[in-house]
Write a protein that binds this ligand. Sequence first.
Ligand code: ADP
Ligand code: MG
Length: 356
Amino acid sequence: ATPMAVMVATGLAAKRGCLVKSAEALEVSARLDVVVLDKTGTITKGQPSVRAAACCAEAFATLEQAWEALLGSAEGAPKRRSAPATSSSGPTVQLIGAEDVCSSNGLEDCFWWILGSLESASDHPIARCVLTAAQEVPGLPPLAAPQDFEVTAGRGVRCTLSQLGGVTARVGNLTYFMESMPEQASQTNQELLQWMEGMQQQGNIVVLLHVDGVPLGAVALQDPVREEASWVVSYMERTLGAEVWMCTGDNTATAQCIAAQVGIRHVMAEALPTTKSECVAKLQRPRRRGERPRRVCFIGDGMNDSPALAQADVGVALGVGAHIAVEAADVALVRSELGDCVTFLALSRATFRTIL
Ligand code: ADP
Ligand code: MG
């Protein structure tokens, strides 16, 4: 392609909200072998909402006294509530092992209070969504500011709650539980695990709350798939002839359900930011000895995706919010529209393919 053609294409792309940082990115994009898509926020809208929750009565037994004390000291809060806290419009909450109704009194409130307090310190999309759900529970005591707050990337968050007798609360995926509390994790309530698995198989993001190593419950969040995702995947496969992968930090069952919904056949789940870039590097290797390396495009949104965006031959960052991701990317899609990557890829092909 002539420098003029590249200039025109870059200008056209910019008009459509695709900021291309180099002529090289435009050229490589015309001959891609593999496209890797992030799940949360890229294939899905990145706007999860709480679908359902499950609480364990058994775990509440050790917390009940501290919870009663907290309620007693919270100004204006009811001393004890008999009716379930969750409003009819809120998520459905399943009680596990709640035959002993006495000990489940206050369980739901306590569950949402701990979750809300813990997630109030995190800026992850999961955290914001869980916090909103907790804030909507009527009559809950004011949420606490978590102490010793700690994030484990791709796993979950932890804090101490002095208001509740100094317990340590953790929320995150099962891997996080197994890595931080291997002994307790192996004894997790079977009914709770089954509830979690069922929710994951339906494509929900499921996170588990445990307090001092005892699971108190889990939340299932639904992040809707972008309407254009299936069409984008089929364009990449059929028109570009590229191999399409999903790469996500989320659980395998959830990832596979979402992948199936949009027609993606290759899935890499439970990835950390570093393993996402390793995944890209692996896909770049020639398939057979003597062949050239494969050209890989990574499309992601989150700040977590920066190493993968940088590793890819072409890194495409979706949406303007994540500035770090934009810096590591070769192409920045100003709008948060997955379809815009097709605009860019089509322009790049039109520029470089016709002249070959
Ligand atoms: P993705 O690759 O889907 O963008 P992340 O790397 O951001 O995912 O997170 C991966 C997983 O880590 C989440 O699916 C969730 O299980 C867990 N996680 C991370 N942060 C939090 C949090 N603040 N609260 C609960 N779970 C979290
Ligand atoms: Mg992400």
